[in-house]
Design a protein around this ligand. Structure first.
Ligand code: MN
Length: 239
């Protein structure tokens, strides 16, 4: 049986359609997983039912987390707050950690992982540090696959084991980032400007987030594809 991977799917801004980039599902399918879409409009008890029927959780990229969750007013650049999405994704993080069920967080997914576990975010990297590297390909008019900066991966981390390298170039499509790291997370990759690019829960088998978008690179890069196969393999070992 293929491991069932929950993927929350949020509404577009006009709240009439659900939207999810196909690249996320393509990567789960290519890695041998069975994606199960979870509309974020469901009540939590129904999300919990689906969670119990599944072997893993994928949190995908998107707009910003409600800053009230980490005790801050919204910065002028903070956009796209979706209370339903925050509610569902935060619950999934807590349940995954409590039950040691594999979870992979991508971009916003890493930020949700950190805030759900008690951390805070930098609400806008250029405002916070004008000397930071460029982290948002969209504002530069670059494609989603553009390798904007390099990262250094912490040795002995789960991420280093599965990427099989310590220095690599990644794409980057974010204006927010982890500020204060949640106490249950360890940072496992950094950009050269100090921005945290990955984190994991060392006490769990596979709860890991990355700040870049491996789903855009996986079709052409073995290391990024391995991120998904390692995740799906961890999910398959659940039962
Ligand atoms: Mn970046």
């Amino acid at each position: 049986m293929k491991p069932r991977i929950l993927v929350p799917i949020a509404l577009t801004e006009e709240k009439l359609h659900f939207r999810l980039r196909r690249s996320y599902l393509d990567c789960v399918i290519a890695a041998g997983g069975l994606p199960v879409l979870v509309p974020v409009t469901l009540p939590l008890e129904d999300v919990r039912f689906l969670f119990e029927q599944s072997e893993g959780v994928l949190l995908v990229g998107g707009a910003d987390v409600e800053p009230a969750y980490y005790g801050q007013p919204a910065h002028p650049t903070t956009y796209g707050i979706d209370p339903d999405r925050d509610r569902v994704e935060f619950a999934l993080v807590r349940w995954a950690v409590e039950t040691d069920k594999p979870l992979l967080g991508l971009c916003r997914g890493l930020q949700v992982l950190n805030v759900a576990l008690g951390g805070t975010l930098i609400q806008d990297i250029p405002s916070h540090n004008p000397n930071a590297l460029p982290h948002d390909a969209e504002t530069l008019g670059q494609p989603r696959t553009a390798l904007l900066h390099e990262i250094t991966v912490e040795p002995h981390s789960q991420l280093a084991t599965l990427l099989q390298q310590h220095r690599l170039a990644v794409n980057s499509l974010h204006h927010q980032a982890i500020d204060q790291l949640a106490s249950s997370l360890v940072a496992t990759a950094y950009a050269d400007d100090g921005i945290i690019e990955a984190a994991e829960v060392p006490t769990c088998r596979f709860i890991l987030g990355v700040q870049w978008h491996p789903e855009e690179l996986a079709p052409t890069r073995a290391d990024m594809h391995r991120l998904f196969t390692a995740f799906v393999s961890a999910c398959a070992r659940t039962h």
